[in-house]
Design a protein around this ligand. Structure first.
Ligand code: CA
Ligand code: CA
Ligand code: CA
Length: 405
């Protein structure tokens, strides 16, 4: 139903024409007609979405509202209008400092609701040049940001996609239901191919309704982690007071090892234990609860590792432990827990550490946690790129098959 109302002076005219309905969602247009915050076609402005500035300390770059005709080579047209005159936002290519630099784009505060909400948008992730080290455009991700009852900011990932997806606008959606007031954050991260790549977003829409994640690879998988700035729910739980798993920093990282994900200076977890003499200290990193799914009996747990230091007595082990129903407690490993994967750095080249692939099948018929346990007296291991995919896989490297006791 359209409703027209005559104003105080009756000299104007109101007319409508060309009504059409098409499947799918679209942001309210023109922007001034929108009734709720969040929707944006970027044709007039950013609709209240904003860039944190560098001094706020959360990001290094900005999202820029641009038109295809502004000079960037791609995309050739904006999504809303299909012309080079329309506007979208793109991950800044100015002042690029290093791989792993990111930009947040933050919505106005949105009201919490018990009704499910769906966020949809169109994205353009194009990586024209891929060299023999493989795709490395970067990442596009969506987070919700809330404040918990202790006044802490809580960031929850809801959607993420890595690397080039072809020179076209693609459709994305994800559920963003939170019962408290929240902001939505669109995050762009440049990878190593930042100089030649393009990451853009257009036609953001938020509406009531249930929706599955599109495209499917953008779904968040509990336990997966690229260790960009946080450890994705993996927690350090080392007994030793002096040693633990930590995130690499510019001033403290092993052997100047770059990150596996983007070739960035930081962005992985590691432990190092040096000069403890004959004492061999242990560190543990424990996953969030990985819930069983009815469809799959097994998951393939894969990651990258790098070993460094003097190899003797430097060990990395993976344990799988079932979680008691309804318990949030992290249980300690006992004498009856045996590793499903173990590697001794004595067998590896550790003088010049480099990333190596690793994987192992995991029985996922119960809710479980994974424990990554390190041990060393004069060395350590770094970890990055944890993924969990459906099905079984052969153990890698072959030397990691646990020795039977
Ligand atoms: Ca920024
Ligand atoms: Ca647009
Ligand atoms: Ca990483």
């Amino acid at each position: 139903m359209f409703e027209g109302e005559v104003g105080r002076n009756s000299l104007g005219n109101i007319a409508i024409d060309d009504i059409s309905m098409a499947p799918g969602v679209c942001p309210t247009a023109p922007q001034v007609a929108a009734t709720g915050p969040g929707d944006c076609a970027f044709e007039d402005d950013e609709c209240g979405w904003s860039n944190p500035e560098r001094v706020e300390g959360v990001d290094e770059l900005n999202w820029q509202r641009s038109a295809a005709q502004d000079g960037g080579r791609f995309p050739l047209a904006d999504h809303t209008t299909g012309t080079d005159l329309g506007f979208f936002i793109q991950l800044s290519r100015d002042n690029i400092q290093k791989a792993g630099d990111r930009a947040f784009f933050v919505s106005r505060e949105l009201n919490g609701t018990v009704l499910p909400k769906c966020l949809s948008f169109w994205f353009y992730m194009y990586e024209p040049i891929v060299d023999n080290t493989g795709p490395n455009l970067g990442k596009l991700a969506v987070w919700t940001r809330t404040i918990d009852k202790h006044d802490n900011l809580v960031m929850t990932p809801v959607w993420r996609l890595h690397n080039g997806q072809g020179p076209t606008w693609s459709y994305a959606q994800t559920e963003i239901t939170t019962q408290t007031n929240h902001q939505v954050i669109i995050e762009g991260v440049w990878g190593n191919n930042r100089a030649s790549g393009f990451i853009s977003v257009d036609d953001v829409t938020i509406y009531e309704g249930v929706c599955a994640t599109i495209p499917a690879p953008a779904e968040i998988v509990t336990g997966e982690c690229t260790f960009d700035r946080d450890s994705c729910g993996w927690t350090n739980s080392s007994n030793g007071e002096s040693f633990d798993w930590r995130m690499a920093t510019l001033t403290k990282r092993p052997a100047n090892l770059p990150d596996k994900t983007y070739g960035a200076p930081v962005g992985y977890a590691y432990f190092d234990i040096f000069n403890t003499g004959s004492r061999s200290d242990q560190v543990r990193m424990i996953s969030p609860v990985i819930k069983t799914t009815s469809q799959e009996d097994n998951l393939c747990f894969s990651f990258s590792y790098a070993a460094f230091g003097a190899g003797e007595s430097t060990l990395l082990k993976i344990f799988r432990k079932e979680v008691s129903k309804g318990s949030d407690e992290i249980e300690a490993l006992g004498d009856n827990d045996f590793p499903i994967w173990e590697l001794n750095a004595a067998d590896l080249e550790t003088a010049r550490p480099d990333w190596e692939p690793a994987q192992v099948s995991i029985d996922s018929r119960k809710d479980i946690r994974l424990y990554i346990v390190g041990k060393a007296s004069n060395g350590g291991f770094a970890i990055d790129q944890i993924t969990l995919s459906k099905g079984t896989c052969r153990i890698r490297p072959e030397e990691a098959v646990p020795k039977k006791n």
